[in-house]
Design a protein around this ligand. Structure first.
Ligand SMILES: N[C@@H](CCC(=O)N[C@@H](CS)C(=O)NCC(=O)O)C(=O)O
Length: 226
């Protein structure tokens, strides 16, 4: 039987799916899609994923699955022994709520304005304002997600399929030098300590020693008031 084929780009949103593939301990083969070189628009890739996005997972039956939340859900449900998806409707709904918000709003509306600015405004003179709005959306997003986390170490009762999605957002914030709410910084550090995450980051070419040193949002103000 063919292995799962994973189409990814190092350091992109596919890193979240890469972490999940390692966490569920399945066998998969990687194809790197070079986004800056335009590989996503080449006919061979468009035939697999007409949206020209990564990640794409081609399953053992040959069908392609796209969209980070859908792939995360599918990996969790098809690997029940990993225990990454809850059984009761309320917890399931909360994870879908978080995954949809992270992918569509924090990534699609926020980080996309920062990393793919030209897709939001043709005029380069508008780009600083578009990026500033992107940062505002990201900051608001992390505040919402910090409230969803509360005192919990992970988004569900334990580590679950939605956590690697939060991780790739945190990883991007770290690379941009953005301060994070304390609950989000704690989640990021917990994720960085997971062996699967460390394996993925090494495979994707990152030096772990340079990651995780994020400033805590509001810490300076709190210290000044103490
Ligand atoms: N909604 C999609 C978004 C995927 C997406 O935007 N991926 C980016 C990389 S993080 C991409 O493929 N960009 C294509 C490009 O830059 O042309 C998902 O959740 O999978």
């Amino acid at each position: 039987m063919a292995n799962i084929q994973f189409y990814m780009t190092p350091g992109s949103c596919s890193t979240g799916i890469h972490v999940l593939l390692e966490e569920v301990e399945d066998v998969f083969e990687v194809t790197v899609v070079n986004l800056p070189a335009g590989d996503q628009f080449k006919p061979d890739y468009v035939a697999i994923n007409p949206k020209s996005t990564i990640p794409t997972l081609v399953r053992r039956d040959g069908t392609a699955l796209t969209e980070v939340p859908a792939i995360a859900f599918w990996l969790a449900r098809t690997h029940p022994r990993a225990g990454l998806w809850p059984q009761d409707a309320e917890r399931e709904a909360r994870l879908i709520e978080a995954m949809a918000y992270m992918a569509a709003t924090v990534h699609g509306q926020g980080f996309a304005r920062i990393f793919a600015t030209a897709t939001f405004a043709r005029n380069p003179a508008d780009h600083p304002a578009v990026q500033a709005l992107g940062r505002d959306i990201v900051r608001q997003g992390f505040a919402v997600l910090a409230a969803a986390l509360g005192d919990k170490p992970y988004l569900d009762d334990g580590f679950c399929a939605a956590d690697p999605i939060l991780f790739y957002l945190e990883f991007w914030a770290d690379k941009l030098g953005m301060a994070l709410p304390e609950a989000i910084a704690g989640h990021y550090r917990r994720m960085l300590a997971r062996p699967a995450v460390q394996r993925v980051l090494r495979e994707e070419g990152y030096n772990l020693a340079t990651l995780g040193n994020v400033a805590i949002l509001g810490a300076e103000a709190a210290a000044a008031m103490a």
